[in-house]
Design a protein around this ligand. Structure first.
Ligand SMILES: *[C@@H]1O[C@H](CO)[C@@H](O)[C@H](O)[C@H]1NC(C)=O
Ligand SMILES: *[C@@H]1O[C@H](CO)[C@@H](O)[C@H](O)[C@H]1NC(C)=O
Ligand SMILES: *[C@@H]1O[C@H](CO)[C@@H](O)[C@H](O)[C@H]1NC(C)=O
Ligand SMILES: *[C@@H]1O[C@H](CO)[C@@H](O)[C@H](O)[C@H]1NC(C)=O
Ligand SMILES: *[C@@H]1O[C@H](CO)[C@@H](O)[C@H](O)[C@H]1NC(C)=O
Ligand SMILES: *[C@@H]1O[C@H](CO)[C@@H](O)[C@H](O)[C@H]1NC(C)=O
Ligand SMILES: *[C@@H]1O[C@H](CO)[C@@H](O)[C@H](O)[C@H]1NC(C)=O
Ligand SMILES: *[C@@H]1O[C@H](CO)[C@@H](O)[C@H](O)[C@H]1NC(C)=O
Ligand SMILES: *[C@@H]1O[C@H](CO)[C@@H](O)[C@H](O)[C@H]1NC(C)=O
Ligand SMILES: *[C@@H]1O[C@H](CO)[C@@H](O)[C@H](O)[C@H]1NC(C)=O
Ligand SMILES: *[C@@H]1O[C@H](CO)[C@@H](O)[C@H](O)[C@H]1NC(C)=O
Length: 858
């Protein structure tokens, strides 16, 4: 038997797994109560759910199966009340599997902008496009993986390994999406830091279960959970649980993380959906806090489900209490009303599985041919936002003697490297961008979208040079060493392009199974850089990479005059690059991660081979909170470029730091009890009410329904384990519907509201001391002062524009949470006695101003 989820918890408790990390069981699953600003949405949801019968409720909780509808996930519907199934669609940078949409810069580029407004506007644009395609739920943004490993495959879908930068920008994206009436999804909850083993066996390694991320409570709160707290506080209505295990309990069956941390402590009022295939148990996951099974079937197109029929049966046989299913339904419906989907929903007018106009409504079984794609162009003027974000995210890492910006007077510009050109197979030639041909503008996997077009660097720079009357040659073959040298010898300006790619684990590219195998460049770019630099004394390197690359072999070459990181810039890649190269946009991006000098400098490693025999691989997060710059600072290692670093075409000065305490109400742990678990609607259903209505609906093969095949529950469930004594698999306390004690750190969405009281005001004057207008990002770091604390942690930032000579007074307020540590014993945040300091500057290692942080709070 496959041991999973809550079963592992029980097994671990009883000592089966010996010393392996385990997740403390936390039951019952908290019922939503409409707290915070959810009251109206909650009431409307309760009103709707009160009209439903059991099969209708179950329909809302369970997907109809992989490729059985038009969207990547679809729930069942309630035809009786004209409620169509919800359409769920990827992803974090635009709409996957659709035409006439925008392919925006990736999350990591938004991280590099350090710009709240751009994050919001990009989110809003994605929301508008989703709405016009008929999508209900957009499967983004992502802050998990956070970016513990520089070579982790999916880091680029999120913002930064810093939780504060990540959390603030993620919250803005969520607001943007939801302000357009779309349900946003914060994912992947939690600790999906590597692709290898995320779902169990792979690459020829046989293991019993998915990798277990074993993390202590302090690290959980101070690092990985932090951006999710911001997301919940910003009003995110849906959360996707992850493939991996946490302390040997699956992400979608982990009662500690779902019931206790997310729903009790963070007061999450929305619904939790499983990642596609991350659902591992029927009764167990329902008790552990999962609310929606995606895509609904146990394995893709098995025609069976842990929920659907099984959930109906589990309620009818008295194993899962009705209040739990009612809570799932209320949570799902609340989100619908919370974002206003009842006001703006239109029919789904695209199809994920074909770009043709006509096709089968149920793709995998090729049934019901009809017009399924209206090819609606939903882009508006979003190209402008895509270009703006791409330009604002460019990070100027090296610039000797004003090599950049280019003046337009260059006589001969050479462009080199495969990464400058197009993919010979077309911009969307490789499914889900599963190759690295030509220029890189997004990573691979489910977090991609089809490019409506892709402006390459070669195209855009070529057009600019020609317009300026120059001579232009581009050599975009990675093997053309001799030809590159020949042109480099003639050119006065040589732009060399290099990239490094990664993505999601179901695709492998050049032997990289999601995570990167190394931190060097792809496409033979290093050889091209060497060749060009040996011939051209003005060699400018442009990097498109999913994260840091090690540049030590070439970066100090005297002929390399500039290095620019452009990340994963999306459809407007070339245009945005020209904006920056020619100074139409002054670069103001800051690197959202640390660039180490060798892989070992990061001090941790991806688990690449099984380390627990045939059992689940174990990943002990023994680096704790010390990832990225926290680790480099702690270990006193000099990076190539530190977190927060980025040059400009102008210069800035920081002066006049003041730090004033702000009086705030004392911190009061939340006390009291919840109400009794409510139930809604009829509770007198019997098996005969839910037998498949063969005379009303035609059964679609493989489709997941909420119905029974007969009035015999066991026969309908068709599970060899059916009817085992419930004490074997219903955890203690899971059925308890009595009022429950409130979490001391809870009390509102995002946690105890007092955590967000401002407790100090930090102000500084920023002056543009150069000759051109530009953007600067003042950054505030705090040292919390304890022996287990990082030397400093980012706590505030903004991106501000200054004209030459202009000064601005910039102020940021630190909250109680910003100056607190997580206390495991009291399960709450505390302000320690350790002396604290504030540092201000424009990178994590250029902090010219500092002052003690004196507080006047209790
Ligand atoms: C995992 O185990 C550690 C160590 O026992 C514990 O501190 C932590 O709270 C557990 N976390 C989860 C999510 O179960
Ligand atoms: C459940 O959803 C399916 C698919 O949308 C629909 O055909 C069926 O009628 C729904 N069942 C109920 C009880 O509403
Ligand atoms: C019910 O769940 C079990 C696994 O727990 C599965 O084997 C069975 O096929 C499911 N039944 C249905 C009708 O999907
Ligand atoms: C009730 O139904 C569920 C879902 O099919 C099944 O897993 C469980 O074994 C059943 N319990 C009893 C006591 O029959
Ligand atoms: C799918 O159905 C269509 C229309 O009924 C038919 O023309 C086509 O051959 C079928 N395709 C496959 C792969 O069976
Ligand atoms: C495109 O990428 C694939 C996979 O990486 C590679 O095998 C192929 O040679 C490339 N094709 C072209 C035309 O560049
Ligand atoms: C690193 O990986 C890339 C992509 O697989 C490959 O092209 C490159 O040659 C590798 N670098 C080294 C030094 O092996
Ligand atoms: C730098 O470029 C010049 C050509 O401009 C070349 O002569 C010289 O050898 C190069 N320097 C190095 C260290 O390769
Ligand atoms: C590069 O070489 C050219 C030709 O020798 C010279 O005019 C120019 O000043 C050099 N540029 C730099 C940046 O050294
Ligand atoms: C993880 O930690 C546990 C408990 O401390 C230890 O027994 C185990 O050996 C560690 N596993 C690995 C792979 O380091
Ligand atoms: C229920 O009936 C359908 C139609 O006869 C059949 O395909 C399916 O396998 C049955 N399910 C179970 C769990 O027996």
């Amino acid at each position: 038997m496959r041991i999973s989820g809550w079963q592992v918890t029980l097994a671990a408790l009883s000592g089966v797994y010996g010393q392996e990390a385990y997740s403390p069981p936390k039951y019952p699953s908290p019922w939503a109560n409409g707290e915070g600003d959810w009251a109206i949405a909650y009431q409307k949801a309760v009103q709707f759910v009160s009209q439903l019968n059991l099969a209708e409720k179950v329909n809302l909780t369970t997907g109809t199966g992989w490729q059985l509808g038009q969207c990547v996930g679809e729930t069942g519907s309630v035809p009786r009340l004209n409620f169509r199934g919800l359409c769920l669609q990827d992803g974090p940078l635009g709409i996957r599997f659709a035409d006439y949409i925008s392919a925006f810069p990736a999350g990591i580029n938004v991280g590099a902008t350090w710009d709240r407004k751009l994050s919001y506007l990009r989110g809003k644009a994605m929301g508008e496009e989703s709405r016009d395609k008929g999508i209900d739920v957009l499967l983004g943004p992502s802050a998990g993986p956070l970016g513990r490993f520089p070579d982790g495959g999916r880091n680029w879908e999120g913002y930064s390994p810093d939780p504060v930068l990540s959390g603030i920008l993620m919250a803005e994206t969520i607001k943007g999406i939801q302000d357009e009436g779309i349900i946003a999804t914060a994912k992947h909850y939690l600790l999906n830091e590597q692709e290898q083993f995320r779902q169990g066996s792979e690459d020829g390694f046989e293991v019993a279960d998915a990798i277990s991320a074993n993390v202590d409570d302090k690290t959980l709160h101070e690092l990985y959970l932090w951006p999710f707290a911001d997301a919940v506080r910003a009003g995110v209505v849906s959360i996707m649980c992850s493939y991996n295990q946490i302390n040997n309990s699956y992400g979608c069956g982990n009662s500690y993380l779902l019931n206790y941390v997310l729903k009790e402590e963070l007061g999450f009022q929305g619904f939790v959906m499983s990642d596609w295939g991350a659902h591992h148990s029927g009764v167990g996951s329902a008790m552990a806090g999962l609310d929606m099974s995606m895509p609904g079937d146990i394995t893709f197109d098995s025609g069976t489900s842990f929920w659907g029929t099984n959930l109906t049966v589990a309620v009818l046989n008295g194993t899962v209490p009705q209040w739990r299913v009612d809570d799932m339904a209320v949570r799902i419906l609340s989100t619908f009303y919370k974002v206003g989907r009842d006001q703006v929903q239109i029919p789904v007018n695209f199809d994920s599985w074909t770009r043709d106009t006509e096709g089968p409504l149920h793709f995998v079984v090729n049934e019901t041919w009809t017009k399924i794609n209206d090819h609606v162009d939903v882009r508006r003027d979003h190209a402008k936002i895509a270009r703006q974000v791409a330009a604002a995210s460019a990070v100027l890492l090296k610039n000797v003697d004003g090599a950049l910006p280019l003046t337009g007077k260059e006589r001969f510009v050479g462009v080199f490297g495969e990464d400058a050109g197009s993919n010979p197979l077309g911009p969307n030639g490789c499914p889900d961008r599963g190759c690295d041909n030509g220029t890189l503008a997004m990573g691979w996997g489910s977090g991609t979208a089809d490019f409506p077009y892709l402006i390459t660097p070669e195209q855009a720079i070529g057009a600019e040079v020609v317009k300026n009357g120059g001579v232009f040659a581009a050599i975009t073959s990675g093997g053309a060493i001799k030809e590159s040298k020949d042109v480099a010898r003639q050119a006065d300006t040589c732009l060399v392009f290099g990239n490094a790619d990664s993505g999601e684990g179901y695709i492998s590219v050049d032997g990289n199974g999601g995570d990167r195998n190394n931190l060097t460049l792809w496409q033979n770019a290093e050889a091209i850089i060497d060749a060009v630099a040996s011939e051209c004394n003005n060699t400018i390197v442009v990097l498109h990479s999913v994260g840091p690359v090690v540049v030590e072999d070439w970066v100090e070459h005297p002929n390399i005059t500039a290095v620019l990181w452009a990340g994963l810039p999306g459809q407007e890649s070339g245009n945005a690059l020209v904006d920056v190269l020619y100074g139409k946009v002054n670069p103001g991006g800051k690197t959202p991660f640390t660039w180490g000098k060798s892989r070992k400098d990061w001090g941790n490693e991806i688990v690449r081979t099984p380390n627990n025999g045939a059992g689940a691989p174990q990943d002990n997060f023994s680096d704790g909170i010390f990832i990225d710059y926290r680790h480099f600072d702690q270990a006193d290692l000099t990076p190539r470029w530190e977190f927060g670093f980025g040059l400009s075409y102008t210069t800035f000065k920081f002066s006049d730091l003041t730090v004033e305490p702000i009086n705030a109400p004392p911190y009061t742990p939340t006390q009291g009890h919840t109400k009794h678990a409510p139930t809604f609607g009829r509770t007198d259903g019997k098996p005969s009410d839910f037998v498949f209505p063969e005379d009303e609906i035609r059964r679609i093969p493989l489709f997941v329904y909420p119905y029974l095949n007969s009035t015999d529950l066991e026969e309908s469930a068709n599970d060899p384990d059916y009817g085992l004594p419930t004490e074997d698999y219903v955890p203690e306390g899971a059925l308890d519907s009595s009022p429950q004690p409130l979490h001391p750190a809870g009390g509102a969405p995002g946690g105890n509201p007092r955590l967000y009281d401002p407790v100090a005001r930090v102000s500084v004057t920023v002056t543009n001391t150069g000759n051109v207008a530009g953007d600067e990002v003042p950054q505030v770091y705090v040292s919390l002062g304890g022996p287990d604390d990082a030397p400093k942690v980012l706590r505030g930032f903004d991106r501000i524009t200054l004209q030459p000579g202009e000064s601005k007074r910039w102020t940021v307020e630190l909250t109680r949470r910003d100056v607190s540590n997580w206390d495991v014993a009291s399960q709450n945040w505390v302000v320690t006695e350790h002396p604290k300091r504030v540092f201000v500057g424009n990178s994590s290692r250029n902090l010219p101003l500092q002052a003690p942080l004196n507080l006047s709070i209790q």
